[in-house]
Design a protein around this ligand. Structure first.
Ligand code: HSE
Length: 421
């Protein structure tokens, strides 16, 4: 019998315990052994968790317990679970974690510490979608050219509602929280950090890049307006929060931001709380993975898949390779990233203004692809100017935005959304 201890018996932890109990026959048939959750750790013992396992509030009851073979870490946070996972590994236990923030900061140290001990984390990225398995196993013959994904269900749910039903940002955020999609602090979702943690995990497997969240471009969906939504519709785009990893020469762009993508692309059709990730390999071409990115049962399904793999002896090294990838790839700086851009600005409705703006863009070597003018319903005697900008570097567009915002004829902040063609 294989005994499991669970750190954090919230929605996902309770689902893990219940699926192990209720689907015990199929899990035993597939793994060849009986797998039983024996102990769970929670912060608040007075709350009913709906599970048939012993509960306590001391994590060392699990990580130091000689009876337990596999520790499942579902606590959230970074430093406390890091200490506990290190301790569990030091005690010779296999570890399964769904904790993307922990991995975003400490995946390389944990790989080093784990050595030959299994340390698995399928549930950390895109919930129930086996994207880590695809990258670690199914696509190992390929150089990965790009990864592009909807990796945060909360943002996708919110954008879908804002675009398809015209629901206001604040109302739809409250709805996503009520439905249990959002993180305890929803800034992690709407600010792009949750998606960035997942992108960093995937890009380590694909490219061997040890970047931290601070090293990459992360923006959220907080500044999207109804004007942007209307413009996107008119020009045949959807707006999605995307995590993007892209090989460009010997560099890799890593970025998370709201993105306009053509409405006919497959990923543009992924709506609601669902996640989807496309991976382009140099040999296989484009592949796409779709499914529920959050929720108790979906995430627990990925946790148990890892447990079964460990029991079968299928756990390869954490990041999928035994030595450094030695690929010579380096992380490109934010300034070096190249994209097409959409710009929105509120300007005085008087002669010469458009000329002043286009001359400034021209002085910054920036070329306009399309332009539109709309009434500004919030400000009298102003109009909104909307531009699509030909591909340029992030440095060029950011410098131009600073210069534009300094003009007297432009009011407030300029809205910017990157466009992937
Ligand atoms: N808050 C996350 C999401 C949950 O909305 O996708 C899974 O990481």
């Amino acid at each position: 019998m294989v005994k499991i201890g669970i750190l954090g018996v919230g929605t996902v932890g309770a689902s893990v315990a219940n699926i192990l109990e209720q689907n015990a026959d199929i899990i035993e048939a597939r793994s060849g052994k009986k797998i039983v959750a024996v102990h769970g750790v929670v912060k608040n013992l007075s709350k009913d968790r709906g599970v048939n396992i012993t509960l306590s509030d001391n994590p060392y009851d699990v990580v130091d317990n000689p009876e337990i073979d596999i520790v499942v870490e579902l606590m959230g946070g970074v430093e406390e679970p890091y200490e506990l996972v290190k301790r569990a590994l030091a005690n010779g236990k296999a570890v399964v974690t769904a904790n993307k923030a922990l991995l975003a900061y400490h995946r390389y140290e944990l790989q080093e510490l784990a050595g030959d001990l299994p340390l698995m984390y399928e549930a950390s990225t895109a919930g129930g979608i086996p994207i880590i398995g695809a990258l670690r196993n199914g696509l190992t013959a390929n150089h990965i050219e790009s990864i592009q994904g909807i990796m945060n269900g909360t943002c996708n749910y919110m954008l879908t509602k804002m675009i398809k039903e015209g629901v206001r940002y604040d109302d739809v955020l409250a709805e996503a929280q009520e439905l249990g999609y959002a993180e305890a602090d929803p800034t992690f979702d709407v600010g792009g950090f949750d998606a960035a943690h997942k992108l960093l995990i995937l890009s380590s497997i694909a490219y061997g890049i040890d970047a931290k969240p601070e090293d990459i471009l992360i923006e959220g969906i907080q500044n999207i307006t109804q004007t942007d939504v209307d413009f996107a519709k008119e020009f045949g785009y959807e707006i999605k929060l995307l995590g993007i990893a892209k090989k460009v020469g010997s560099g890799v762009e890593l970025r998370v931001h709201a993105t306009m993508i053509p409405s006919e692309s497959m990923i543009a059709k992924v709506d609601g709380v669902m996640n989807a990730v496309t991976v382009r390999g140099d040999r296989v071409g484009e592949t796409m993975y779709y499914g529920p990115g959050a929720g108790g049962n979906a995430t627990a399904s990925a946790v148990i898949a890892d447990i079964v793999d460990i029991v079968r002896g299928n756990s390869n090294p954490m990041l999928g390779y035994k030595k450094s990838l030695e690929s010579g790839l380096k992380l490109l700086s934010r300034d070096e990233i190249r994209s097409h851009y959409y710009l929105r600005m509120s300007v005085d409705d008087k002669k010469g203004v458009l000329a002043e703006i286009t001359q400034l863009l021209s002085r910054h070597d920036i070329s306009i692809e399309a332009m539109m003018q709309k009434p500004d319903h919030d400000k009298d005697e102003c109009v909104e100017l909307l531009f699509i900008i030909h591909e340029c570097s992030e440095k060029m567009i950011q410098d131009a935005i600073v210069a534009l915002e300094a003009l007297d004829v432009i009011h407030g902040k300029i809205g910017m959304i990157r466009i992937e063609q």
